[in-house]
Design a binder for this molecule. Structure first.
Ligand code: ATP
Length: 325
């Protein structure tokens, strides 16, 4: 194998740069040229490629975002565009592709795999919502940011005896809300995987106050509803409560990646190149019990579902339910 390409696609996450850097460095180490594709699948179709050097990647390991840029490009669902991408790679003598992104990006990679083109995926999304793997790169950084922001909000909440609902990202998955909620001892967590009961949340807030708590924190996954909608609905049940809504939004996707995200991005980027050299493809990388694993792209995306750590959610709900005490 002489030449491969790497792209980042979909929502950006911390650790994408670290993964690109590992692919380039490992390629260099094994005598393989690595081409960067700019703007995800759009760049693949348009031939927006540049040969990457080790110097291009210097210090990228510590930076958030992606220096190859990312794009939402739904046009890649069209077979005509997939064929154009294959033609571009043939023209540039690219023999394999490393696709860095979320499950949508893996669907794009899957289309190329269906044509027999060698692809390997690296899971980078703050949502942690990819089937098979227990962990996706960017999740740890985003979770820590959410935790730090919620800590700050709880300081001001306490000073005014307020309740706050804090909306975190995660799209259709509740992972960020669960982990950030447990890490901050939230009075309640609302996730899309469990039907929300507003009466119960109000009861928990009131019970906490009766038990002597001076403020309340509710962590809300964006897949349930917005913080504004939540406040409106909450007030119909508890009109006298001083409750504010905060949406953390894109702050969760920026900043330097944590050590965990950097280390796993590095492991996955290097392993992806090794596997391509060994002739393995049509797979994506993942983590099970702190060890790297690979998953068949077609089989896993079709037949497996992502599951949240529901026991963590339930533990938090039990620990913070003061009426049981
Ligand atoms: P995140 O969930 O973190 O935002 P993602 O990779 O899931 O990341 P998407 O917007 O779902 O983000 O997908 C990224 C890109 O992957 C799309 O813009 C499109 O170019 C490509 N893609 C998604 N689904 C398909 C599909 N079914 N067929 C071909 N390409 C697809």
């Amino acid at each position: 194998m002489k030449r491969i390409a790497v792209l980042t696609s979909g929502g950006d996450s911390q650790g994408m740069n670290a993964a690109i850097r590992a692919v380039v460095e490992q390629g260099h180490h094994l005598g393989i040229e690595v081409y960067g594709v700019y703007y995800g699948f759009k760049g693949l179709v348009e031939g927006d490629f540049k040969k990457l050097t080790v110097a291009d990647c210097q210090d990228n390991i510590k930076r958030g975002g992606t220096f190859l840029y990312s794009a939402r490009y739904p046009e890649f669902k069209e077979v005509e565009n997939q064929k154009k991408a294959l033609e571009q790679m043939k023209k540039h003598q690219i023999e394999a592709l490393v696709a860095i992104g979320g499950d949508g990006s893996f669907m794009g990679a899957l289309q190329l795999a269906n044509f027999g083109f060698p692809v390997i995926g690296i899971p980078c999304t703050i949502d942690n919502d990819i089937p098979g793997t227990e962990y996706t790169i960017g999740f740890d950084s985003a979770m820590n940011i959410a935790m730090e922001e919620i800590d700050k909000i709880s300081d001001t909440a306490a000073s005014h005896n307020r309740s706050f609902v804090i909306e975190v990202m995660g799209r259709h998955a509740g992972d960020l809300a669960i982990w950030a909620g447990v890490a901050t001892g939230a009075d309640s967590i609302a996730i899309p995987e469990v039907k929300m009961d507003m009466k119960d949340i109000v009861r928990r807030v009131h019970a906490g106050r009766q038990a002597g708590k001076d403020h309340s924190i509710i962590v809300l996954a964006e897949g349930v509803m917005s913080a504004d909608q939540f406040v409106e609905e909450f007030l119909t049940y508890a009109p006298d409560e001083d409750i504010r809504g905060v949406t953390l939004a894109h702050v969760q996707r920026g900043g330097n990646p944590t050590a965990r995200d950097r280390v796993f991005a590095t492991l996955m980027g290097a392993r992806a190149v090794d596997l391509l050299v060994q002739g393995e493809h049509g797979i994506y990388m993942g983590v099970i019990g702190e060890r790297l694993e690979t998953f068949d792209i077609i089989d896993t995306l079709r037949n497996k579902k992502h599951n949240v750590r529901r026991e963590l959610y339930e533990l938090n709900q039990d620990l913070t339910d003061k009426t049981l005490a």
